[in-house]
Design a protein around this ligand. Structure first.
Ligand code: THU
Length: 139
């Protein structure tokens, strides 16, 4: 994926992050998910007083995209950090979000953890979820 596209996704994730709802952890996350047709879907973490009802930014993006009819995906950029501060670390997806990626994405799906537009790390899903479980296992 070309650098300009990655920068665009990182920028979108950083912008989305401003709209996170995280009054409990104060850790705000934004995600920008690129589908195979070039459309970008945004997501933020949405927390709940009943903590287990909270949703990660990545899954918010995926569920919105799938609900809108998207099925094939190319990449996701993620930006996370404490509310009111720029990201200090690269925010990698949690295990549940990796599993959701596994449901809808191929092994080349690119996961971009961004601190800024120009400071990011990118890995294909195969490296973040090796030996994953998928629909092909149930038959
Ligand atoms: N969070 C995400 O949005 N994505 C991840 O991959 C890891 C964690 C959120 C969930 C919760 O609202 C906050 O970060 C602290 O765990």
């Amino acid at each position: 994926m070309d650098k300009e596209r990655i920068r665009e996704l990182a920028r979108a994730a950083l912008e989305a992050r401003k709209r996170a709802y995280a009054p409990y952890s104060r850790y705000t996350v934004g995600a920008a998910l690129l589908d195979d047709e070039g459309k970008i879907y945004l997501g933020v973490n949405v927390e709940n007083a009943s903590y287990g009802a909270s949703n990660c930014a990545e899954r918010t993006a995926f569920f919105g995209a799938v609900g809108a009819g998207a099925r094939g995906f190319a990449a996701i950029a993620i930006a996370g950090g404490m509310e009111g501060s720029d990201p200090v670390d690269y925010a990698y997806p949690c295990g549940i979000c990796r599993q959701v990626m596994r449901e809808f994405c191929g092994e080349d799906f690119l996961v971009i953890a961004a601190k800024s537009e120009s400071d990011y790390q990118a890995f294909p899903l195969r490296e973040l979820l090796p030996h994953g479980f998928g629909g092909g296992n149930i038959c």
